[in-house]
Ligand binder design. Structure first.
Ligand code: NDP
Length: 321
């Protein structure tokens, strides 16, 4: 596939914390729909056409699939067949921290697990290094020094360029940042759950990230699709949340937000992404998708990222109901 010459002028990029690295405002995650049990051509189309929109950042984890590991294999295949000449234009991340293999060394945050897991991830993707390696979640039973020490080590070994943490609370983030700073490998980025329906990071974490100069990339910015309005009418077949009971209170908010977005001339998905990115506090919104048309619509958020004070107050009113 030939990529459009103006792909980088279509996307906006933001500096990740106080680092030198810029990330696209919209990044693509491969948690769902890229594993071995999905159609490869659809996954390939999503990755390549995203790249053509200027989406340079692709987020993976060791366990994405199903089966676990297969999203990295899919991505590795696409890299080899279509993006071989573009490695230096891509930011590829992976993580370890959730269950991956049986026994005491395939889960959580020990050095043993993290180092082995990254080696496996690199093999699956056919890479010499990833750009960002994350501790996927805090481990209450492993000393933080050990988990952070493993991140520092892989960066020193050249297997990762930057270190990141995911789902750490404000206090643990502060401690992790101090350890990493002492080791000489500053924490680049935090990956938290964040969207209009769950604002937990505003309660202390964002402050720590600002103080420490750590960037952030919000996962599930569309609440897995709930903030797209697709569940307001008949639930589409095969939709991710189709088998879940969505509380009426959430649906009520989504209905009002959907109308609010229409007044701004945006889809709800676009407004939800613009809202996560408002004021530049979050570096990138990490979306998922089951088809390229969703990614295209979501990237359209960039044409209206601004909110007036009245709009933000109006949205706060809905979210606080
Ligand atoms: P989103 O909240 O963006 O949800 C994505 C889903 O929403 C899609 O699969 C699709 O659902 C639906 N969707 C997206 N755009 C549209 C649209 N325009 N119109 C209609 N429906 C749409 O994010 P995810 O939950 O997928 O998470 C994103 C990424 O975040 C993951 O891939 C992963 O990289 C990362 N992540 C990290 C975690 C961590 O612990 N660090 C945990 C979870 C995710 P459908 O399939 O129904 O079409």
């Amino acid at each position: 596939m030939a990529y459009s010459a103006d792909r980088y002028s279509q996307m906006k990029y933001a500096r990740c914390g106080r680092s030198g690295l810029k990330l696209p405002l919209i990044s693509l995650g491969l948690w769902h729909n890229f594993g071995g049990s999905y159609v490869f051509e659809n996954a390939r189309e999503m990755v390549l056409k995203s790249f053509d929109l200027g989406i340079t950042h692709f987020d993976l984890a060791n366990n994405y699939g199903p089966p676990a590991g297969s999203a990295e294999e899919t991505f590795g295949k696409i890299l080899k067949s279509d993006l071989a000449g573009y490695r230096d234009e891509l930011i590829i991340s992976t993580k370890a921290g959730y269950y991956m293999w049986p026994g005491p060394y395939g889960d959580w945050g020990s050095k043993k697990y993290l180092i082995a897991s990254l080696d496996q991830s690199l093999k699956r993707m056919g890479l010499d290094y990833v750009d960002i390696f994350y501790s996927h979640r805090p481990d209450p039973d492993t000393p933080l020094e050990e988990t952070m020490g493993a991140l520092d080590l892989v960066v020193r070994q050249g297997k990762a360029l930057y270190a990141g943490i995911s789902s750490y609370n404000a206090e643990t983030t502060k401690q992790a940042a101090a350890i990493l700073k002492r080791l000489g490998t500053p924490c680049l980025i935090h990956q938290p759950y964040y969207n209009m329906l769950d604002r937990w990071i505003e309660n202390g974490l964002q402050e720590v990230l600002d103080e420490e100069g750590i960037g952030s990339i919000a996962f599930c910015p569309l609440a897995q699709g709930l903030l797209t309005g697709k569940y307001l009418l008949d639930t589409p077949q095969g939709a991710r949340l189709a088998s879940r009971e969505i509380p009426e209170a959430s649906l009520k908010k989504v209905r009002l937000l959907n109308d609010f977005a229409a007044q701004r001339g945006q889809s709800l998905a676009q407004m939800a992404l613009a809202w996560v990115l408002r004021g530049g506090k979050v570096t990138s919104a990490l979306i998922g998708a089951s088809r390229f048309s969703q990614i295209e619509e979501n990237a359209g958020a960039l044409s209206n990222l601004e909110f007036s004070k009245e709009e933000l107050d109006g949205i706060d009113g809905i979210l606080g109901m």
